[in-house]
Design a protein. Sequence first.
Lengths: 79, 232
Amino acid sequence: MKRRIVVTLKQSVLDPQGKAIEGALKSLGLEGFASVRQGKVFDVELDGVEGAAADELLKQACEKLLANTVVESYSVEHD
Amino acid sequence: MTKPLHAAVLLFPGSNREGDVARALRQAGAQVEIIWHHAERLPEGTDLVVLPGGFSYGDYLRCGAIAARARVMDAAREHAAKGGLVLGICNGFQILCEAGLLPGVLMRNKGLKFIGRMQTLRVETVAPFFTRRYKPGQVVTYALAHGEGAYVAEEAVIYELEQDGRVAFRYCDAAGAVTEAANPNGSINNIAGVYGAGFNVLGLMPHPENLVDALTGGVDGRPLFEGLAAAA
């Protein structure tokens, strides 16, 4: 079973990298971007874990390692 | 003093300032061992655990995130819980935050650039051990060498740190004024270093271990190591 975990900075946290990318898009003449926020994607394959147990496992992975919940939030995307 | 302070400097793949901090500690009279991160226990009689600067695990995932989950960090956590001294410098500060030994997180510098230069700091709280050889409000020069040094924490956490006098150092100008212009990286309230709740854990971004010899720029870092060395 495959899952995609997306980790992004919380809205309240300044994202200087996103700001720099936003500036670069503008300098390319690509108009219309109101803002850019950068994040991380983790594609994971689960083996022998499904359903609620899989959800719980992924939550633990996010909270213990993949996201720093002081400044980041995470979501798990299903296929 | 009956015995020298026994310091354990923890070494992770990608740490690179262990030699400098060991030298600064030895110069102050401490006995130093460098400990590989696979160790399950700290050496018998360890008084001080040091997390040196560098780029542990290549800064993968987040700075300090992987090192914070290394086996030896359980021993460091136990040591801190018993009131043992823990010092984290630069990447070591990032590791302490990721390990939950200090609150908050170090984010990418506001200007996005890696900063490598001298910086004046104000000693905010004179705490036992770490800063007892400084005067409150003393302005010192340490070296900066980081790309992710913007100290950020939730508002309630910052309030608590300020109320409890747990801000150890603040970025300031040469006259000691804590101003926005003197803030190199966007840290909240110009915070350069913080203590844990028991004042036995200190994390700071600037490098005091660079400033222990007049030949290489100054000796403002020496009192920190001398204060620690006299702790045993």
